[in-house]
Design a protein around this ligand. Structure first.
Ligand SMILES: [Zn+2]
Length: 442
């Protein structure tokens, strides 16, 4: 089904100019939204029609910072008790990622992508780490993405923490992946240059990365001042704060993503804004690791584009949104502040960020955008208008079930059933088997 009309629902567009469309239909052709209009306008159109029977039509959601491989940490108890972020890294994540094999990378991405489809996420910016299985690790994730029909930007996190050879392999993996993306343009797969965090990267490695970034004309994707220790380490060892140090290597550009940024000072935020680098906030992860709450209101005041990601805490962007709002209320010590900033991060800024890589505006229902669309079974029992749709999104729609997920015009989920040439039960069984073996190796 290449050309069809989606009709019969209220459309929440995530387009600030025209956020709510009633009694309008969407003509989808060859993966794109080609026309939005009154049903009357489509009277002569001969193609299949899908009626969503009064439900809500929204854009496919975007997760701007994720780790597919973290899927296999769910329920893992074989770790020492961690009392701070450094211990969380060494007791959990750096033990898990060291033991990942190709099969784990593929299946963790596959189950996470399938859950994302069920939760209405169609585009994911991922950050991958598997220091003892570097080469071709990104093509394992790419295979999972193509098997599920969603879209992703991939990168491998370069770090010096496991020695120079692995750092070099990480640089090469990013380089090869980005070259592959440039030589084989594909609406489903993009790339960034992945860096772990400034506190595990030497100047020598940063300068090598900087050369490649110029050559490839790409952005970086890096954990930035997620905990205060990152700032302290960089000041102690290099006499510079994290963002200043990255900037000295010309690594901040308009395609770059700085994840977390809980501890950036005003000077660093202004620098990020001037260079056009986006910040992606991950509130649930920051709360879970007890590192703090990013000041998203201050980021916005200083002109930074702030997006929203889950950092693999969930595949559900609407859950992240809700908790992000509560966390920002607490951070501002004022329940009237932060709502718009966090909601805008998801609905307006994530599309701005992904447009830098895809060219087209994802995450917005408008003519000329890719047909990435979800249908949510939401029955409001209060008025829903142009003035309060964001309130419905956070407090109401976030609690409703995603019925349909469409990516690039292809229906991936229909009334809760995955329409993929995949055996979900077999995949889950295989993922469990991989996770069990991975835990045994840890
Ligand atoms: Zn992360």
């Amino acid at each position: 089904m290449n050309r069809y009309i989606l009709q019969g629902g209220t459309i929440i567009t995530f387009d600030s100019q025209n956020p709510l469309l009633e009694e309008q239909a969407i003509l989808i052709d060859d993966g794109m939204i080609v026309k939005i209009g009154d049903l009357e306008d489509f009277r002569d159109e001969v193609c299949e029609r899908i009626d969503v029977e009064g439900k809500f039509i929204l854009p496919g959601l975007i997760n701007a910072h994720h780790h597919f491989y973290s899927t296999f940490a769910t329920g893992l108890t074989k770790t020492a008790v961690s009392h701070n972020f450094s211990e969380v890294l060494s007791n959990l994540w750096w033990r898990l990622d060291k033991n990942l094999l190709e099969e784990d990378i593929y299946y963790s991405a596959l189950v996470s992508a399938l859950t994302s489809i069920r939760k209405g996420t169609t585009t994911i910016i991922d950050h991958h780490s598997s220091p003892f299985c570097v080469q071709n690790s990104l093509s394992q994730i790419a295979k999972a993405i193509l098997d599920t029909g969603i879209k992703a930007s991939l990168c491998f996190e370069v770090s010096d923490r496991d020695g120079a050879e692995i750092a070099q392999a990480g640089i090469e993996e990013n380089y090869q992946w980005l070259k592959h993306c440039q030589n084989n343009p594909n609406p489903y797969l993009k790339g960034l240059f992945g860096l772990h965090a400034a506190f595990t990267l030497s100047d020598k490695t940063l300068s090598q990365i900087a050369e490649k970034v110029v050559e490839l004309n790409c952005g970086i994707h890096i954990h930035t001042a997620e905990a205060e220790t990152d700032e302290k380490y960089n000041v102690e060892h290099y006499g510079k704060r994290v963002v200043e140090r990255l900037n000295d290597f010309n690594l901040l550009n308009s395609k770059s993503i700085l994840a977390h940024c809980v501890y950036l000072n005003a000077k660093e935020l202004i620098l990020a804004a001037e260079k056009g680098a986006a910040i992606v906030t991950n509130p649930q992860s920051n709360l879970n690791n007890a590192v703090g709450i990013a000041d998203v209101c201050k980021m916005k005041e200083l002109g930074v584009t702030v997006g929203l990601g889950t950092d693999a805490m969930t595949n559900n962007m609407l859950e992240e949104l809700r908790i992000g709002v509560w966390a920002q209320h607490l951070k501002q010590n004022d329940p009237s502040r932060g709502f718009t900033e966090i909601t805008s991060a998801l609905v307006f800024n994530n599309p701005i960020i992904t447009q830098k890589y895809w060219g087209e505006k994802h995450g917005t229902i408008k003519e000329g955008s890719p047909a990435d669309i979800i249908v949510v079974d939401y029955e409001p029992y209060t008025p829903l208008t142009e003035a309060n749709w964001m309130g419905h999104l956070v407090y109401g729609i976030s609690q409703a079930k995603v019925d349909v997920t469409i990516c690039q015009g292809r229906i991936l989920l229909w009334e809760g059933e995955l329409l993929l040439n995949l055996d979900e039960q077999e995949i889950i069984a295989k993922a469990k088997e991989c996770a069990e073996k991975l835990w045994d190796r840890m």
